[in-house]
Ligand binder design. Structure first.
Ligand SMILES: NC(=O)C1=CN([C@@H]2O[C@H](COP(=O)(O)OP(=O)(O)OC[C@H]3O[C@@H](n4cnc5c(N)ncnc54)[C@H](OP(=O)(O)O)[C@@H]3O)[C@@H](O)[C@H]2O)C=CC1
Ligand SMILES: O=C(CO)COP(=O)(O)O
Ligand SMILES: [Zn+2]
Length: 346
């Protein structure tokens, strides 16, 4: 049996901090709610959500600092002590992932309230948490509802929206890797999930000129692509349709660097290189990223060229069961350097 779990409600609009209350009412989520936010997102929207909910629910706010197992365990303890019926995560990918894994392990629902359009974990069923080996995603459950307030998301620095484009365009090489694994390893492949994932990538390529404006329409386009990407992952039952070798490259950078760039920025640059290795039109990926103002090289990521090469040579070791264009042996230093130079990444 193949179980596909999807969000029950997706709200996209303006002035939605008060809507969490209505969604919780409609979905009969229970009286006691834990509100998760980060130090910044608390001020951006977290406190507003908390205050609005407290009109009708018993509410407890929790500040989360990064997506680590320590924060997941802290959240689970707080939720148990408080007897929470559900959670709402107000923030970037890290806060949403902490809520996703904690809620899954406690068997309670959670609402995703993204404050950036920088990653496709907004609606996905998998959570990326540090300390669970390399920071690749593990199975959890998707949010019961997604509430995306375009005005709040628009207030985030433009860099985050451009990073979202990187996370969506990566679907091009992720799907290629998936097809390769299907042919070479007989891995399960869902044409439906792959098509949905590719559609999001093609939409950002087509709409790059609108996205670069950074207005509400841009945010809507990127958020829809991110949600579709998350749904594609839920249909596939794994992050396969949205995570291939370009993500392994980003995970490798996360391991090598104390201060990595944004997830979507790194996978965007990884997509240029993996598209080259796949024999795809890598120039088109690069043009799109350039057009929307996302980094297209090591300099733009603020990373030394040697670290880029090193990441390319170790990427295949991170999730060996996920076959990609990097093969079982990975790239040699020379091959990695050549690919990075030809594509102008270094
Ligand atoms: N589960 C999945 O399927 C996926 C998960 N991911 C994961 O998501 C994470 C990346 O998410 P990302 O959002 O890029 O990074 P973070 O969640 O780490 O957020 C980065 C920073 O942005 C701040 N921030 C959030 N919203 C705003 C805003 N509106 N204005 C100003 N600052 C804001 C955060 O504040 P604060 O300090 O308050 O938190 C934080 O300091 C990674 O851990 C990645 O692995 C990525 C893709 C898919
Ligand atoms: O970032 C993701 C999809 O965009 C999740 O991928 P991982 O499973 O590689 O963490
Ligand atoms: Zn990603």
């Amino acid at each position: 049996m193949h179980l596909m779990e999807l969000p029950r409600e997706v709200l996209l609009g303006e002035n939605l901090t008060g809507e969490v209350l209505n969604v919780a009412r409609r979905l009969r989520l229970g009286r006691r709610a834990l509100v998760l936010y980060g130090p910044k997102t608390m001020k951006i929207a977290g406190k507003d959500v908390e205050e609005s909910l407290s009109e009708e629910f018993d509410v407890k706010g929790v500040t989360i600092k990064g997506a680590s197992m320590e924060e997941v365990e802290k959240t689970m303890k707080l939720a148990s002590d408080f007897n929470a019926d559900w959670m709402v995560a107000v923030g970037g990918g890290s806060i949403i992932d902490v809520a996703k894994l904690s809620a899954y392990r406690l068997g309670i629902p959670f609402i995703s309230f993204p404050t950036t359009a920088s990653h496709d974990g907004i609606a996905s069923a998998n959570a990326s948490i540090k300390d669970l080996g390399a920071k690749t995603s593990v199975k959890a459950r998707p949010p019961i509802a997604v509430i995306a307030d375009v005005e709040i998301i628009k207030t985030a620095p433009y860099r985050y929206l451009a990073a979202g484009v990187g996370d969506i365009i990566s679907n091009l090489t992720a799907v290629k890797d998936w097809q390769l694994a299907h042919r070479i390893k007989g891995e399960y492949y869902s044409e439906y999930a792959a098509s949905l994932s590719l559609m999001s990538a093609k939409m950002v390529i087509k709409n790059a000129d609108i996205i670069r404006l950074g207005n509400e329409e841009s945010v809507r386009k990127v958020v829809k692509g991110l949600i579709s990407s998350g749904v594609a992952m839920s249909i596939a039952g794994s992050s396969r349709p949205a995570s291939g070798a370009e993500h392994l490259f980003s995970h490798a950078l996360d391991m090598l660097l104390e201060k990595p760039a944004l997830h979507g920025e790194q996978v965007g640059v990884g997509t240029i290189i993996m598209a080259y290795l796949h024999g795809l039109k890598w120039e088109r990926v690069k043009e799109t990223l350039k057009k929307v103002g996302a980094p297209t090289n090591a300099y733009g990521l603020g990373i030394e060229p040697e670290v880029v090469i090193k990441a390319l040579t170790i990427a295949h070791t991170i999730r060996p069961e996920r076959y990609t264009i990097l093969g079982r042996d990975g790239l040699t230093w020379e091959a990695a350097e050549k690919a990075a130079k030809i594509t102008g990444v270094i």
